[in-house]
Design a protein around this ligand. Structure first.
Ligand code: FAD
Length: 276
């Protein structure tokens, strides 16, 4: 039977203090990764630090900086937030593609990226949007581009005692069109075999791919071909992803299948956002 101490935090200071002093302490946001991980033996948690009721982590707002998404905001709140749907709908698409409605009612964006799965569905949209991760600890605050936050499978740039306070989608977000496509074994409630985000900002195209490398990646060669060489043959541009990825074979798909999926989804993403 699962047996853990549980503390519902009354403020962030309490969370830092517990994280710093207890090796066996884990933050609990939605718990949708954490509880599965504890049961499966992935996390040796003896203390759960519940942060989901902290008001300062529930902030979801748009201001002159951009859109701020607090660490306790759920994926369903993100997928239905007006300024996200209006300005950066690709993030709503990524959030909406996670699990089921009930999972998304608990799961958070912060938990999705802290779990650091290369297949995390919100990651590729965040890479395309140049998201900034706001980190806080007893030593103060710091901010990192999301691409520096992922450091390997299950690993992040968080240091001991730190947590994500919020994620910022920075302005400007000029009028653009984006698409997030996810190939998975089942229609829903499964991680991506490959996930591809393509965002066309008008003057610049960004392409990010999940589940094809130890972390989500930007497909830089594809972006360069489209942005700098002005290649309009989308199949030719998409094929350049082959040199940028190192997929593995696992229960969700073989290495070769992932190569193929990445190319096909990027080509479709370019067709949808750039015109065929
Ligand atoms: C049935 C099922 C289906 C799923 N389907 C998908 C899917 O399709 N796509 C997908 O990407 N994921 C999927 N997941 C995984 C999971 O739902 C997501 O990764 C979710 O976003 C995790 O958020 P959470 O708030 O539940 O995180 P939690 O489980 O609470 O936490 C995850 C990890 O992050 C840490 N953490 C949480 N918040 C913070 C913070 N603010 N700062 C620092 N560390 C923190 C926790 O300590 C833990 O290590 C699925 C899970 C289940 C159970």
């Amino acid at each position: 039977m699962l047996s853990c101490e549980y503390v519902k935090c009354s403020d962030l200071g309490q969370a830092f203090q517990l994280l710093e002093t207890r090796e066996d302490a884990y933050l609990l946001a939605g718990g949708t990764d954490l509880m599965v991980g504890i049961r499966g033996g992935k996390f040796a948690a003896k203390l759960l630090i519940d942060i989901k009721e902290l008001e300062e982590l529930k902030i979801l707002k748009e201001d002159e900086q951009g859109i701020t998404i607090g660490a306790a905001v759920t994926l369903n709140e993100i997928a239905t937030f007006g300024p996200i749907l209006k300005n950066v709908p690709i993030l709503a698409e990524g959030a909406h593609s996670v699990g089921s409605y009930s999972i998304r009612n608990r799961a958070t964006l912060a938990g999705n990226i802290c779990n650091a799965s290369p297949a995390a569905d919100t990651a590729a949209p965040l890479y395309c949007l140049g998201a900034i991760v706001n980190i806080i600890g007893s030593g103060g605050k710091r901010s990192l581009p999301v691409e520096e936050f992922f450091t390997g499978p299950g690993r992040t740039a968080l240091e001991k005692g730190e947590l994500i306070q919020s994620v910022l989608i920075p302005k400007p977000y000029p009028a653009g069109v984006g698409t997030y496509q996810k190939a998975s074994r089942t229609g829903s409630v499964d991680l991506a075999t490959v996930g591809v985000a393509v965002q066309n900002w008008g003057d610049q195209v960004r392409v990010a791919v999940g589940a094809v490398a130890p972390t989500p990646i930007r497909a830089v060669a594809v972006e360069k071909a489209v942005n700098e060489k002005d290649i309009k043959d989308w199949a030719k541009a998409a094929a350049l992803v082959y040199d940028e990825i190192s997929p593995i074979t696992d229960l969700r798909g073989s290495r070769d299948y992932r190569f193929h999926l990445a190319e096909v989804l990027i080509r479709r993403g370019l067709e949808r956002t750039m015109g065929v």
